[in-house]
Design a binder for this molecule. Structure first.
Ligand SMILES: [Zn+2]
Length: 294
């Protein structure tokens, strides 16, 4: 049950209170209407997290608020694909990730002194969207998340139970992701250090004659270990988006060289072109071929 209450939004078992009152003449601005939609989705969502999957929010705010904010993001998109969601999109957390005054998500709720909303809701929600859409992929994540929810309903999961459930369900080790996103305040800053070329046949002989070998040197300056998305633009105007898993950093988590052969000429390289990896410094994300006339 959702009741119009004196506070903007608060959940209780089987009842939620949501604010957003029209002005005395009955007017409801678009912003107010949206606030009511968002808060209703959010508070009703708490019927499941933490009321059914009963995590300890006194100790770990993020364990129910992030999952709920994450589900709120998808419910908002369901309501309206163009919905201006605040929590969920990676680029909305960049401003916070740039700040020094952060504590790791694995800080117990009572010890979070500042930016409770960003720490308890926004950063973990953005991380979960990233884990689903960029690290694991929708279907693998959803299966693992469903398994976590079933396994832990009417029980009291702790952070490690969540981490383990997702790894078990997805069949992938994610310790790099948990460590980076939850135990540190590292940000993501991937940058293009250089783009080198050499004739293909100088590398592999006649079989590659007429092709160019490109070597894109990418530096990982932020500390987080995340997948790579590299957008290549060729001289014929075509574009290609190369997606590489976080495993590329397995041998060397500071530098990775992406090499490939092509018969075309690359005119531009952009890292994270869709801004889905919360890169905090985009000034080093673009390389343009010198003397390219556009
Ligand atoms: Zn909440």
């Amino acid at each position: 049950m959702n009741v119009h209450g004196p506070v903007f939004g608060m959940e209780y078992p089987m009842i939620a209170f949501c604010g957003a009152r029209p002005t005395p003449d009955g007017q409801v601005s678009p912003g107010l209407a949206r606030a009511l939609v968002s808060v209703t989705i959010h508070e009703v969502g708490h019927n499941w997290f933490p009321m059914v999957v009963a995590s300890d929010e006194r100790k770990w705010t993020w364990m129910d608020e992030w999952i709920n904010s994450f589900l709120q993001y998808y419910a908002e998109k369901d309501w309206d694909p163009a919905y201006p969601s605040q929590r969920g999109p990676a680029k909305n957390i960049v401003g916070y990730m740039k700040q020094d005054a952060q504590v790791p998500l694995m800080t117990e709720s009572n010890d979070i002194q500042t930016q409770f909303g960003n720490n308890g809701y926004s950063k973990p929600a953005a991380g979960l969207v990233m884990l689903r859409e960029q690290v694991l992929g929708d279907s693998l994540f959803d299966e693992a998340f469903r398994e976590y929810s079933h396994k832990w309903m009417f029980k009291h999961p702790q952070p490690a139970d969540f981490f383990r459930s997702i790894e078990d369900g997805a069949g992938e080790q994610l310790n790099h992701f948990w460590r980076g996103w939850f135990y540190t305040t590292y940000a993501n800053d991937q940058g293009i250090a250089s783009v080198e070329t050499q004739p293909g046949d100088s590398l592999l002989g006649a079989s590659r004659a007429g092709e160019t070998y490109y070597r894109i040197k990418i530096e990982n300056k932020g500390g987080l270990v995340l997948p790579l998305q590299i957008e290549l633009t060729y001289d014929d105007g075509s574009k290609e988006l190369v997606k590489l898993p976080a495993d590329v950093w397995r041998r060397n988590e500071l530098v990775f060289n992406y090499g490939f052969f092509t018969k075309k000429t690359v005119t531009q390289v952009v890292l994270d072109p869709k801004e889905v990896l919360a890169d905090v410094d985009r000034t080093n994300n673009t390389w343009v071929k010198p003397n390219t006339i556009s």
